[in-house]
Design a protein around this ligand. Structure first.
Ligand code: SAH
Ligand code: SF4
Length: 414
């Protein structure tokens, strides 16, 4: 029986794409194996958003090149943002890789499987990702994504809806609609579709309990979307709204297209329009020329905005990006690290404070699995919740009374 192994790093879009590839292969009689050594086909789904991710990909490829010497029949496929559009050059550089395809495009191993048959029913994770828009048109000055994932391309509403139904038939109870900027969904479609109207469609699917979406862009998020979040019963009270910096000059040099005043207004609108909404953000520290004072502005903004969680990264210059071409990467790695830790410390205190306010409350948890004898799942505000119970709760929504909190998860009982 043919076997496969998929290695995935990076964003939720990569994870969702890997799940689609898994389904495709399973539908063709392939069996997933845990180790590359035991597989006939290894797929590497890569990320290059920071140099550290790219290094891991190169490392993985070198290990596979070595493995291929003792397993000459092994087929290797490479996808994700490591793959540039110049496939001929990639072939020259990595001759031991059999198939290349860029992030989000159709797989090229057509001699192995019929790649047209993506849409067959398949077992799906309780919380499944579903890509609604590929690519990005924003060109933030630090970001490599537009160079690797290409321009924005929205999927047709009908395509998304039918894949959503397949996923729900396969057991999904929560769908996470994915895109680098979900707020620009539909601008390239003829019928004036937008994220709000797409949510209305998906909200009608029987058997589906919850809908989330990410990532939002502060410059594009609309009032219409906030209203949909408030009025559609399946849409969860949670959002990732990357601010990237708490300093207007840095935001401008990042080419983010908004300032803090605009971001503050959005926060206000969201929090009054969607009561109890949990908001997370992304931050980059050590952007070229970021002074101590500018960094302090970001720290101050965290105190003001009180996010539920923050993903923080040290700036890493990426090929082709404007920032890498026009600015010197002048903040010392140890200073970047210090700033990253300061953000993490401040945020873990804030998250601890927010989460401790949930102790004594009952939250609705959609159960996704079991770990070390405990059931786990997420609240509608995306808090990870553990509880113990002898019953089988997989895929069910249960009220859990919170008894213990930490910055990263909650514990309680039914
Ligand atoms: N489309 C999303 C996220 C894209 S990349 C957005 O607009 O925010 C995911 C995260 O990686 C970004 O939010 C950013 O915080 C981080 N990131 C992207 N490029 C980076 C770089 N060159 N150095 C460090 N972090 C980076
Ligand atoms: Fe990168 Fe900016 Fe596009 Fe996000 S919006 S993927 S950060 S260019």
């Amino acid at each position: 029986m043919p076997s496969y192994n998929i290695w995935t790093i990076g964003c939720q879009m990569n994870r969702a794409e890997s799940e689609r590839l898994e389904a495709l292969l399973e539908n063709h009689g392939y069996t997933g194996v845990a180790k590359a050594e035991d597989a006939g086909l290894v797929i590497v789904n890569s990320c290059v958003v920071r140099q550290s991710a790219e290094n891991r990909v190169i490392n993985k490829l070198m290990r596979l090149r070595y493995l291929k010497r003792s397993h000459p029949g092994l087929k290797i496929a490479l996808t994700g943002c490591f793959v540039t559009s110049d496939i001929a050059q990639m072939r020259k550089k990595y001759p031991f890789v059999d198939y290349f395809f860029t992030a989000g495009s159709s797989p090229t191993f057509t001699d192995l499987v019929d790649v047209e048959s993506y849409s067959l029913p398949r077992p799906a994770a309780i919380s499944s990702g579903l890509t609604i828009i590929q690519g990005c048109d924003n060109f933030c000055s630090y970001c490599i994504v537009p160079y690797r994932r290409g321009r924005e391309q929205s999927r047709q509403v009908a395509d998304i809806e039918s894949e959503a139904r397949y996923l729900v038939e396969g057991g999904a109870r929560e769908l996470v609609l994915l895109g680098q900027n979900v707020d620009s969904y539909g601008h390239d479609l003829p019928d004036k579709a937008d994220l709000a109207s797409l949510l209305e469609h998906i909200n009608c699917i029987d058997g589906l309990y919850r809908i989330r979406f990410l990532t939002n862009h502060p410059k594009d998020m609309s009032e219409r979307l906030i209203n949909s979040m408030a009025s559609l019963d399946k849409v969860c009270q949670q959002l990732n709204l990357p601010v990237q910096s708490g300093d207007d000059d840095i935001l401008q040099r990042m080419k983010r297209g908004y300032n803090l005043a605009h971001y503050r207004k959005l926060l206000e609108g969201l929090r009054s329009g969607v009561p109890g909404v949990a908001i997370t953000t992304d931050i980059i520290v050590g952007f070229p020329g970021e002074s101590r004072e500018q960094f302090d502005n970001t720290l101050k903004f965290l105190e003001e905005a009180r996010f539920d969680a923050v993903h923080v990264a040290a700036y890493s210059p990426r090929p082709q990006t404007l920032a890498s071409l026009v600015y010197t990467d002048d903040i010392d790695p140890s200073e970047k690290d210090r700033r990253r830790k300061l953000i993490e410390e401040a945020q873990s205190r804030i998250s601890a404070e927010i989460n401790s306010g949930l102790v004594g409350q009952t939250v609705e948890v959609l159960v996704e699995g079991r770990k070390k004898g405990k059931w786990y799942g997420r609240s509608r505000t995306d808090k990870l919740v553990f509880f113990e119970h002898p019953g089988n709760w997989l895929g069910r929504q249960v009220p859990v009374k919170i008894e213990h909190s930490s910055p990263w998860f909650l514990k309680g009982s039914i």
